[in-house]
Design a protein around this ligand. Structure first.
Ligand code: PEP
Length: 258
């Protein structure tokens, strides 16, 4: 972590939590995090629970995010949700290009790029996910893959958008597998992404916060967050348990003099 970048921890609840469960989890998280959370926090419940969770979070420092959006702002797209809808449900953020969307729903780099632009147009902060599969890592293609994904969705944005973008490096082989990248593996890719952002946009690019995601837990968070270019975490499974998620958020303090 670097003291000049405010750490952020986001919880991706995926397709978990009915509305009563989501409210209970949000309440537990608020209690576990206390009135002054240790870092920026973004909770990403399923669409159906956004409004209820938003009502709970109102007036707190906790932020709300969607897990996906459609690139169009409205129209005949049955089952889809737009950026404006997410905003009206209380969201400030939205995850785009999650590997589960890329892999299970066939999202291309081009679609992810459109979604990132649609998020910004709706006034949302996109959390743009990039990451290689195990196969790609074993073929030594990690750098090529994450650079291609970054180029499509982030490097093509206008420079003034950068202050409103988060990037998440999520090696696909580490998501939901219990297998985490080592701090050194995470740092290597984060440093590469930061260098690319710097090449594209100068200092503004280097300031973009880059989160690590992939089986982050209360146990491994501090070591990952201690790396110079790891600015926070995107947490899946461990975000469904309040005490563990709060411990991950507190681990941002260990890595930074804040
Ligand atoms: C994720 O879904 O973004 C994620 C990182 O999941 P997990 O923490 O469960 O690996």
């Amino acid at each position: 972590m670097n003291a000049s970048r405010v750490p952020v921890v986001a919880g991706n609840w995926k397709m978990n939590a009915t509305n009563p469960e989501a409210v209970a989890l949000a309440r537990d998280l608020m209690a576990a995090l206390g009135p002054a959370p240790p870092c920026e926090i973004v909770l990403c419940p399923p669409f159906t629970a956004l409004t209820e969770v938003s009502l709970l979070l109102g007036g707190t420092a906790l932020r709300l995010g969607g897990q996906n959006l459609h690139p169009e702002s409205k129209g005949a797209f049955t089952g889809e949700v737009s950026g404006d809808m997410l905003r009206s449900a209380g969201c400030s953020h939205v995850i785009v290009g999650h590997s589960e969307r890329r892999r299970l729903f066939g999202e291309s780099d081009e679609l992810v790029a459109k979604k990132a632009r649609a998020a910004l147009a709706a006034g949302l902060i996109p959390i743009v996910c990039v990451g290689e599969t195990l196969d790609e890592r074993e073929q030594d293609e990690t750098a090529r893959v994450v650079e291609r994904q970054l180029e499509a969705a982030v490097l093509a944005l206008p420079p003034d958008a950068l202050a409103h973008v988060l990037v998440a490096y999520e090696p696909v082989w580490a998501i939901g597998t219990g297998r985490t990248a080592t701090p050194a593996q995470a740092q290597e890719v984060h440093a590469l992404l930061r260098a690319k952002l710097g090449e594209g946009f100068g200092e503004g690019g280097r300031r973009v916060r880059i989160l690590y995601g992939g089986s982050v837990t209360a146990k491994n968070a501090a070591d990952l967050l201690a790396e110079a270019d790891v600015d926070g975490a995107l947490v899946g499974g461990a975000s469904l348990e309040a005490q563990g998620f709060a411990a991950i958020a507190r681990a941002t303090r260990a890595g930074s003099p804040r």
